[in-house]
Ligand binder design. Structure first.
Ligand code: NAD
Ligand code: UD1
Length: 337
């Protein structure tokens, strides 16, 4: 059985489906600070079996000890954490506590339970020179905000742990920009309040919840002046976790890989693709740059292919179609609540 922390969240829920499809039983631990309990019902429909769900916090050592004593957990996938860059600048202690302490508690509890297979959600945010594209796993790292620093610290803790105790099997997966939703539209990204990220914002403009998209700058050194990113369908990302777990079970060791497509799309290209997918016009205004934004970055995903045989399969049009289907479903749910 796999313990999935943060399993009712955006990426965790899609990974639960992929895990169930690969024959794994699931135990989700989530405190629901950024997700809803009814995701478990939806996962039951998609997985064909209800995951065990424990509402609780990864920082709760007694709860973790109980879970490890009660269930035969063979590996942990750790998604639980906070992820908003702006919020992390305002509340650094909360971010270090939840992200860093949460991971430390979990690792300590795993160690006590003699369990040593761990898959961690890292991020492309750990790269310090995003303009040196494509980004490779050995590209320089640094952080410019507490969220990014929490990921760097955890990456380093995991490296130290593996150095000290080489029987740990650890994957550090560096996600690029996850977007889209499961094609069933039963699960997807459910941002509370104003979405920070581009795709959910565009979807809300398309459905008429927001008047227009604010494009943060069109004076970058990119072909159309708007920022370029490596968008990756969340279902492809989820499958990357299965490939990583299989690798760890077979090879052991410490794995650090980018999960991205290897190509960048500009904000304007995303807007056009979303218009095609939804049939809606997306009004936009060009504003000033968002502080801290960089012009462009994308992954070199070749190591993931080489080591894991993993490669993205879903292109930008499908990402937009699936994000649109999910947005329409959210809208229906919102009006019927
Ligand atoms: P999410 O907020 O949708 O999911 C995180 C889940 O963890 C939520 O369900 C939340 O309720 C839960 N959670 C948070 N703190 C917890 C705690 N202390 N105990 C138990 N549950 C807790 O976020 P997501 O987009 O699915 O991201 C998952 C992971 O991937 C995060 O670690 C995030 O930093 C990382 N990541 C995300 C992105 C992205 O763009 N979404 C990019 C790179 C990395
Ligand atoms: C953001 C986070 C980053 C995180 C990543 C994936 C910041 C500064 N960075 O990066 O740490 O790893 O998400 O979750 O928050 N854009 C607009 N208008 C909008 C929203 C976005 O023009 O309303 C533009 C941005 O300027 C950028 C692109 O769209 O060029 C993508 O933005 P976003 O989805 O926020 O992702 P990142 O900038 O890569």
């Amino acid at each position: 059985m796999i313990l999935v922390t943060g399993g009712t969240g955006y990426i965790g829920s899609h990974t639960c489906v992929a895990l169930a499809q690969s024959g794994h039983d699931l135990l989700i631990l989530d405190n629901l600070c950024n997700s809803r309990a009814d995701v478990v019902d939806r996962l039951e429909m998609l997985c064909g079996k209800r995951p065990v769900f424990v509402k609780g916090d990864v920082r709760d050592a007694a709860l973790l000890a109980n879970i490890f004593a009660q269930y035969r957990i063979t590996a942990v996938m750790h998604f639980a954490g906070f992820k908003a860059v702006g919020e992390s600048i305002e509340m650094p202690l909360a971010y270090y506590d939840n992200n860093v302490n949460g991971t430390l508690e979990l690792l300590a509890a795993m160690r006590r339970a003699n369990l040593r297979t761990f898959v961690f959600s890292s991020s492309a945010t750990v790269y310090s020179d995003p303009d040196g594209v494509p980004l490779r796993e050995d590209s320089p790292r640094s952080a410019s905000n507490p969220y990014g620093r929490s990921k760097l610290i955890i990456e380093d803790i995991l490296a130290d742990l593996h150095r000290a105790e080489p029987d740990w099997r650890i994957a550090r997966l560096r996600y690029f920009n996850p977007v889209g939703a499961h094609e069933s539209a039963l699960i997807g990204e459910d941002p509370q309040g104003n979405p920070n990220n581009l795709m959910p914002f565009v979807a809300q403009v398309a459905i008429g919840q927001r008047e227009f998209l604010n494009i943060w700058g069109n004076d970058f050194a990119t072909p159309d002046g708007t920022g370029r990113r490596d968008y990756l369908h969340v279902v492809d990302l989820a499958k990357g976790h299965i490939a990583a777990l299989d690798y760890l079970n077979l090879q052991g060791g410490m794995l650090t890989v980018n999960l991205g497509t290897g190509r960048g799309y500009s904000v304007l290209e995303v807007v056009k693709a979303f218009e095609r997918a939804s049939g809606c016009v997306i009004p936009y205004k060009v504003g000033t740059r968002r502080p801290g934004d960089i012009a462009q970055y994308w992954a070199d995903p070749s190591l993931a292919y080489e080591l894991l045989g993993w490669k993205y399969r879903r292109g930008l049009d499908q990402m937009c179609r699936d994000a649109w289907r999910w947005q329409q479903q959210c809208d229906k749910r919102g009006t019927s609540d």
